[in-house]
Ligand binder design. Sequence first.
Ligand code: HGY
Ligand code: MN
Ligand code: MN
Length: 436
Amino acid sequence: MATTDERRRLRVRPDRLLARLRELGSVGAIPGGGCSRLALSDDDRAGRDLVVTWMRDLGLDVTVDAVGNVFAVRTGREGGPPVMCGSHIDTVATGGIYDGNFGVLSGLEVMEVLAEAGVVTRRPLAVAFFTDEEGARFAPDMLGSLVYVGGMALEAAHDIVGIDGGRLGTELDRIGYLGSVPCPGLPPAAYVELHIEQGPVLEAAGGGIGAVTGVQGISWQEVTVVGQPNHAGTTPLSYRHDAGYVAAATTVFARELARELGGDQVATVGRLSLHPDLVNVVPGRAVFTVDLRNTDEAVLQQAEARLADELDRLARAEGVTVERRTLARFEPVEFDPHVVDLVERTAASLGNRVRRLPSGAGHDAQMLARVCPAGMIFVPSAGGISHNPAEHTDPEDLAAGADVLLQVLLALADGDDPPGADRSRDGAGPAAEERR
Ligand code: HGY
Ligand code: MN
Ligand code: MN
């Protein structure tokens, strides 16, 4: 059996990891070097089939649950719940090749390194990908992991209708991933997700590893405005009930509200459709989405209340009706302090710069945090760009992140302290400071 020092010297194979990232990125490839694999689409099925083939080729025990989450388990010396890593492989329509995919394929790479080294951990290890993390086709986001932890009933999830009219359960069956393993699933011993930061913080701080402290709160709503279609040329302003104007005014209000609230507050109107969507007709109907986020739950609620008040004001002033439907609502999540500390300690002991930061994006880890100790490892995103084919992370950063994942998983699965651990520590890591 490999000694502790031999395990600490294990490293991933960057070439192999990059090759898999590129091959998976070629599934649903779009111009500009990205990929589009909306959840439960034919491209998502093709991506799933490829990753499951890799999982099976590595001799892992692959299972699929009733919401299409896929788990690949490597047996340990002992039984019991596995230490799990993973992420998602569905993408937005303008996706890069790293968002989600990097965490899943790094988990596969860790399994392959351990197999090559003949290392068998005390606890089993698992690598998973969760269904519909993006929520772009079927809201809410992190849907598969939410069902896995019991945050949404399976039947309710199956009945969700997507932006294209598809029913989630029917689509799951159509692509062959309506699995037999019941939901909610058995909690893992711990969960660690490696992910690109998708924002500018690490790069602006000079690079390095992110020991992620938690995930900010998310509020998604769909707003339907009904006014009156009318002639664009003959209808005086005072006669108009212009749904398009209300949508545009709300978009401007959301930006100004975020600026006024400051801090981490962000606001996005990402989807907008007008009807009849013709050059010479005052829009009678507008349907749009508002994505509000903040690390501070109280301020996020304040933003929601201010938006609701503005919509009511606009409705009265323009003589339209406004209906709001919640698509997703998750409060901020703090990750397990011991896992955050382990990530920070391990990253530093491998010679990385490391800093603590919250995640601006939602992740499956925020759902797993409901049922087990969970944490995340970030690597820098070039220019802070993501949900864009130009999404990029330097190969050295990818390798560094995967090596941190490897050692964190070994520490969790074997109970050893990570490399260079200061055994006298009380485990309370420094807040928001850099460590080498
Ligand atoms: O929306 C998000 O934060 C994630 O990409 N699902
Ligand atoms: Mn992601
Ligand atoms: Mn994403």
